[in-house]
Design a protein around this ligand. Structure first.
Ligand SMILES: [Zn+2]
Length: 364
């Protein structure tokens, strides 16, 4: 439905979870000694939040990713209740708002925090992010109420109020949840402004937290400047959105590079724990294998359709008809409606035209 698609334009960039309306502060999981992960687990919602990892060293605390201002404040409160070691470093894995909109909390409500990202991420925060921020700040109470009324009417007809196409009870509830979330979060959105990283790197960088080393390295895949963080002492790998569970995000991805980056990660880093950008912490490469197989299958099928003749830029709809990723949908989403929705809207629908564009540029 059109409303939903308008939301999708900003979806990987906003934040929060309706279920988190309860007053309970988020509680992290300790995945290795002194390594804690906050997992909002709203990967298939219309508004999503990135995971946040906190590493408490003997001399410095490192935080990886700062989702919404509201959540970032809660993370800082939790850290302060846990240790007096100063928060010295915040790393932004990439430029999307569900990973950087809390930068301001670290820059303005604390002192002495270096915000670290790839130079590419800083460039993208400067050039692209504010467009999205302005867009979701524009969801005024009036706009949200109009959309809510439309959805309530659609409950009676089970048709999209904008274009008359069939919709499901899941679609309606999913959108109603997003509207309720947006209404609740809007005050925080209005006070959100983007804060640049203060330190950048191009290829790799090392941090010392006192009792452990932290290795940062740039990859390409989800964006052109993905930072991956590795803790050698603990064998913990924090991937940002190169890995997203239970279904990956294929919006504006760089699929060839993504597949290669996943291969390199496995070849480079021995792991006990993988912290994905969204979703539950992983203890093996199994999910990453599935994600990479999906990316490779998408590329192979789009390539095959283009070789069969659908090469022109106006033939992407024909290419779509030749792509069948249902085997992966069954594997990753099973019978779960939310996962099926995420697989379609966050991977297949944006991924096919994106892969088409990428192959077009590379090969034809
Ligand atoms: Zn994300």
């Amino acid at each position: 439905m059109r409303f939903l698609l308008r939301f999708l334009a900003v979806v990987s960039l906003a934040g929060g979870r309706l279920a988190a309306q309860s007053a309970a502060a988020p509680v992290p999981t300790e995945v290795a000694p002194g390594v804690f992960v906050f997992t909002p687990n709203n990967t298939t919602d219309l508004f999503v939040e990135g995971n946040t990892t906190v590493v408490i060293g003997t001399k410095a605390v490192l935080v990886i990713d700062a989702p919404s201002v509201r959540l970032s404040r809660e993370h800082v409160r939790w850290i302060r209740s846990k240790t007096t070691v100063p928060i010295r470093y915040l790393v932004d894995t990439h430029w999307h708002l569900d990973h950087v909109s809390g930068n301001q909390v670290y820059a303005q409500e604390l002192s002495g925090v270096e915000i670290i990202a790839t130079a590419e991420t800083r460039r993208q925060i400067d050039s692209e992010d504010s467009t999205y921020l302005t867009q979701w700040q524009g969801y005024t109470p009036q706009v949200l109420d109009q959309e809510r009324q439309k959805l309530l009417r659609a409950r009676k007809t089970m048709k999209d109020p904008d274009d008359g196409t069939p919709i499901t009870p899941f679609d309606i509830q999913h959108n109603l949840d997003a509207l309720a979330y947006a209404a609740r979060e809007r005050p925080t959105w209005l006070e959100t402004h983007l804060v640049d990283p203060t330190v950048t790197f191009d290829d790799r960088m090392t941090l010392d937290l006192g009792d452990r080393e932290v290795q940062l390295r740039q990859y390409v895949g989800h964006t052109t400047g993905d930072a991956v963080i590795y803790l050698p002492r603990d064998s913990v790998l924090i991937t940002g959105d190169l890995v997203v569970a239970p279904v990956p995000y294929g919006i504006n991805s760089h699929f060839y590079a993504w597949s290669e980056s996943l291969r390199q990660l496995e070849a480079t880093y021995p792991i006990k724990v993988i912290v994905p950008g969204h979703g539950d912490v992983l203890s093996s490469w199994d999910y990453v294998h599935a994600e990479r197989a999906l990316v490779d299958a998408l590329l192979a099928q789009v390539e095959a359709a283009m070789r069969a003749g659908f090469k022109q830029s106006n033939q992407v709809d024909s290419v779509k008809k030749h792509v069948d990723l249902s085997q992966f949908e069954r594997q990753l989403a099973g019978n779960d409606s939310a996962r099926q929705w995420g697989f379609k809207h966050y991977f297949v629908d944006p991924g096919v035209p994106r892969a088409f564009e990428e192959i077009h540029v590379a090969a034809f």
